[in-house]
Design a protein around this ligand. Structure first.
Ligand SMILES: NC(=O)c1ccc[n+]([C@@H]2O[C@H](COP(=O)([O-])OP(=O)(O)OC[C@H]3O[C@@H](n4cnc5c(N)ncnc54)[C@H](O)[C@@H]3O)[C@@H](O)[C@H]2O)c1
Length: 283
């Protein structure tokens, strides 16, 4: 979608981190914004920053839990009733939990898959028909490098992000089948500094049950926190790279160059049919 000015963007997870930076990038391009999150205070802070950096841009907010289809459908109706159309959707809200696979609780699985996987599915279900009907649109799905390779302690997160890669690729094929003029971008960053290591701050009470503290779990949580804090690119840089991919209608976005060589190394390991690929020891 070459021309973004005066178009409408919907951003989930718009109250923090990458979602906030997507909002600022879209606002600077003169887009109207619909920001959704479970964190209403975070949404208000994003709006303040948008107003400061792009005065006059329209930004509205709504509390939405993306794991709930009816709330995402409500978001689509809200956006349409306010702005008449939706051109660019960022399925970006995401959470994570660390630990060995056998220790996760049922609630861990339901929470992370609900937000990261079903949140993307519901976004596509609620918004793509609007885009098809209006004859244009673009969907950005925030996957992760974790969608392409697996690290110890990240089973649920990796499973959810592999699914996002797969859903995104399939979406392109289905849109082609339907002869629809809708672009798709699948964003797969490695670690970058945001509040993702504190995802549990917005975990719903009904899915609060997590595994008791264990040395393995603590080790992986500490590694995640360190990796996120020391990310080589900023959320702002990644958001800008993604907006450029939207403007150039590119599907794959790997902001961290090293990830592509790791994906290749993983493909080679599969080709050899030997040991499971470990990105942490791949150099
Ligand atoms: N930070 C990283 O290192 C990294 C790396 C790869 C991919 N990602 C992905 O980037 C995306 C953005 O995460 P971030 O790093 O900005 O983290 P973040 O925690 O700063 O932002 C995530 C936002 O999602 C919101 N959210 C959580 N549950 C929600 C729900 N049920 N409904 C609606 N909103 C919800 C949170 O309130 C928060 O505002 C996520 O999909 C994440 O998996 C992050």
């Amino acid at each position: 979608m070459k021309q973004l000015k005066d178009k409408v963007a919907v951003i989930t997870g718009g109250g923090s981190g990458l979602g906030r930076e997507f909002a600022l990038c879209c606002a600077r391009r003169g887009m109207a914004l619909v920001l959704a999150d479970v964190d209403e205070q975070g949404l208000a802070e994003t709006v303040q920053q948008v107003e400061a950096s792009a005065p006059g841009v329209q930004a509205i907010t709504r509390r939405v839990d993306v794991s709930r289809l009816e709330e995402v459908q409500g978001l689509a109706e809200f956006a349409k009733s306010r702005f008449g159309s939706v051109h660019l959707l960022f399925n970006n809200a995401g959470v994570g939990v660390s630990g060995p696979v056998w220790e996760y609780t049922a609630a861990d699985w339901q929470w992370v898959l609900g937000v990261n996987l079903l949140g993307v599915a519901w976004g596509i279900k609620a918004f793509v028909p609007i885009m098809i009907a209006q004859g244009e649109g673009h969907v950005v799905n925030t996957a992760s490098a974790a969608g392409w390779m697996s690290s110890a302690g990240s089973a649920i997160y990796s499973a959810s992000k592999s699914a996002v890669v797969s859903i995104s690729e399939t979406l392109v094929l289905d849109l082609k089948d339907a002869d629809a003029n809708i672009g798709v971008t699948c964003l797969s960053p490695a670690f970058f500094a945001t509040a993702i290591a504190n995802s549990a701050r917005n975990r719903p009470a009904e899915l609060a049950e997590t595994a008791p503290d264990s040395p393995l779990r603590r080790k992986r949580e500490e590694m995640l926190r360190y990796a996120v804090e020391h990310g080589r690119l900023s959320a702002a840089e990644i958001a800008e790279m993604t907006l450029q991919a939207v403007e150039e209608n590119r599907f794959y976005v790997f902001p961290h160059r090293k990830i592509k060589s790791l994906i290749q190394a993983r493909a080679e390991a599969a080709q050899e049919e030997k040991q499971a690929f470990d990105p942490m020891s791949a150099g």
